[in-house]
Design a protein around this ligand. Structure first.
Ligand SMILES: [Zn+2]
Length: 82
């Protein structure tokens, strides 16, 4: 799709790193599937992936971590590992 930020680039499927901060906690999610603009680098994350990210973040916050680096795992495969 066409980039909504720079209006000249096109987005390509790729992986992004997403940092979420809440109070004292910093969560770094690596390898998050996203569409990335080939011109300005803007990252577009689908609402489905975003929901999964926030779900995961809540679990981490409950563990009272202060800094955590995580490889993003889609929810379905998390469930099948348990
Ligand atoms: Zn762009």
């Amino acid at each position: 799709m066409k980039c909504a930020i720079c209006r000249s680039g096109k987005t390509e499927k790729g992986f992004a790193t997403v940092v979420l901060e809440k109070d004292e906690t910093v969560l770094v999610f690596k390898r998050v599937p996203s569409d990335i603009c080939d011109t300005c680098g803007e990252q577009y994350i689908s609402s489905e992936v975003n929901r999964s990210l926030l779900h995961h973040a809540r679990e981490e916050l409950n563990r009272n971590v202060t800094l955590e680096m995580l490889n993003f795992v889609p929810k379905e495969s998390v469930n099948s590992m348990r």
